[in-house]
Design a binder for this molecule. Sequence first.
Ligand code: NAP
Ligand code: GLV
Length: 316
Amino acid sequence: MDILLSSTEDEARWLEELRKAMPAARIHRGSAPVPCRYALLWQPPPDLLSGPNAGELRGIFSLGAGVDSLLPALPPGALPPFPSGSSSVPIIRVEDAGMGNQMAEYALYAVLDSFRRFRFYESEQRQERWRPQPALARGDYPVGVLGLGVLGTTVARTIAGLGFPVLGWSRSGREIPGVRCCSGAAGLEEVLAESRVLVILLPLTAETRGLIDRRALEQLPAGSVVVNLARGPLIVETHLREALDSGHIAHAYLDVFDEEPLPPGHPWWNDPRVTVTPHVAAQTLIGPAARQIAEKIERLEAGLPVSGIVDTATGY
Ligand code: NAP
Ligand code: GLV
């Protein structure tokens, strides 16, 4: 079986782990079209799957959880939509593969950093100041999680498990014990109105692009904190800057940006109200992810259903 691997990140490691997980497969690295049964892609060049390739394809795998950069790179003609919104050639993404725990660690760091005012005390230390602040109760510190998918659910459960009230928002509405789950426009308002910390774990789609704009930020309680772990364009950057300038938003933890790497000289680099990390909130663990892909290929070959199929109509 021929498999095409094209990744802008860690391609050699992917090849090594995929070869271990699928010793019988012929895995071709490259950015030029070759006939293949499966394509494993991360930020592929446009037209990689066009031409004679398309007819042989049985599945396209995203080497990450998000597919916002993969979908536009696929030739529309080669993937006729089914009425369900899925495509005739399934597009399958990585599910969790160690990313849920990493997301929970990052979100928890932001929650505890803010809740226990560690940034404030750090700056106090530098000024040799001793000014204890009143303690807060966890029950008075609600955390909102936008997106209750594979990653958002782990984040919401972890934070709720520590006794913080957690409100979650998703498209279809979910049921997660200990989490107040909301959906729809009214549900979003409910979550925003209470969240002292807002964790964003939505996919970037036509519906979610720019969702966190001036109006949404204004709905958050004064002094709240925004944590974007998903994709930069979910937040309107200029509106976030205004909200930080006015003091309405106390701090932003940003792992993802409109432009990555964050360009030199960008104001976030030196803004003490912003914590910048280089898109590392949850990194695909290549070994477990390669094994997950290999198992799914085995199931597809056996005509069995697989999870993680992207709905091209909704874009995630
Ligand atoms: P997922 O399982 O597909 O979950 C997506 C969640 O968002 C679902 O709960 C979905 O609602 C909800 N959603 C989608 N569109 C919505 C809308 N218009 N309104 C309300 N809710 C909506 O995705 P995941 O695996 O958790 O990953 C989430 C995102 O994290 C990825 O798309 C990727 O961009 C990002 N990510 C970032 C990093 C990083 O290192 N920074 C790493 C991995 C992933 P339903 O439950 O109703 O479907
Ligand atoms: C990383 O951002 C991913 O989508 O897996």
